[in-house]
Design a binder for this molecule. Structure first.
Ligand SMILES: C[S@@+](CC[C@H](N)C(=O)[O-])C[C@H]1O[C@@H](n2cnc3c(N)ncnc32)[C@H](O)[C@@H]1O
Length: 235
């Protein structure tokens, strides 16, 4: 029987190359083909740059373009086409790695890869290697506990402002807000409404060149924060 290769979905951590796990290093090194998402946000070069010292010399690096189209059919076609590209490699018996920043199961294009690959290649062998998330790295960076005792923690996206917070804030004591780079006035209004504004901190490019720790969330409103910004807030 023909052996198929394995797809390793690998989280390379949030930026600091020392936050790559030993397992990620070993699996990156075993990959014949390295896939990553091409992105205007530069995630492609970053994930590859973090992994670069561990990529086998003979491995090839391929970037896949993920359409974030609002048209669901078009988006699905693009994801399936990427999945077929990965499937072709696996069918040749080669191992492939799909690199993502942070953790692959947390707000990552890898989620789309997983869904599409299992649909276009149901017999695909897939192994996911967790990565250190941006918010775990950020909490560690400023020595701030994320959650304690019986408290709750909401992990949400700020891409559309404070609305997701307003919807799910009831009884939540701590919040992690990723993609906190736009609609910051609305985000802050929602945090104030929930009594979470005062203790909030924003971190940009944690562990990377240009890292910034913004102690006053009000400053976000005048700064035009970059895409790599998250907020940690709590009561
Ligand atoms: C598409 S999500 C990817 C999350 C990633 N998979 C993770 O596990 O952290 C992108 C968001 O993650 C956050 N992010 C990723 N890396 C970061 C870093 N080094 N510093 C601060 N925020 C970061 C930002 O909020 C950014 O908008």
């Amino acid at each position: 029987m023909k052996t198929v290769g394995t797809l390793f979905g690998i989280g390379v951590g949030p930026g600091d190359p020392e936050l790559l796990t030993l397992k990620a290093v070993r699996k990156i090194n075993q990959a014949d083909v390295i896939f990553t998402a091409a992105s205007t946000k530069n995630a492609y070069s970053l994930a590859v740059e973090i992994a670069r010292p561990h990529i086998a010399e003979q491995a090839t690096i391929r970037s896949l373009s993920f359409t974030m189209s609002k048209d669901k059919v078009k988006a699905r076609e693009a994801w399936d086409s990427n999945a077929r590209t990965i499937a072709e490699v696996l069918e040749q018996g080669k191992n492939a790695a799909f690199l993502t920043l942070g953790d692959p199961m947390t707000y990552s294009t890898y989620g789309y890869v997983l869904k599409s690959l299992t649909s276009v290649m149901p017999h695909a062998v897939i192994e996911t290697i967790p990565g250190i998330t941006s918010f775990h790295a950020a909490a560690a960076r400023i020595n701030r506990t994320l959650v304690e005792g019986e408290e709750s923690l909401l992990i949400s996206s700020g891409a559309y402002g404070g609305e997701p917070l307003r919807k799910s804030m009831d009884g939540v004591e701590n919040v992690v807000l990723l993609k906190a780079y736009k609609n910051t006035v609305d985000i802050n209004t929602a945090l104030k409404g929930a009594g979470l504004f005062e203790n909030g901190v924003a971190i940009s490019k944690c562990g990377r060149e240009g890292e910034e720790i913004i102690d006053n969330l009000g400053d976000l409103e005048t700064r035009d924060p970059n895409y790599w910004t998250l907020i940690l807030a709590g009561k």
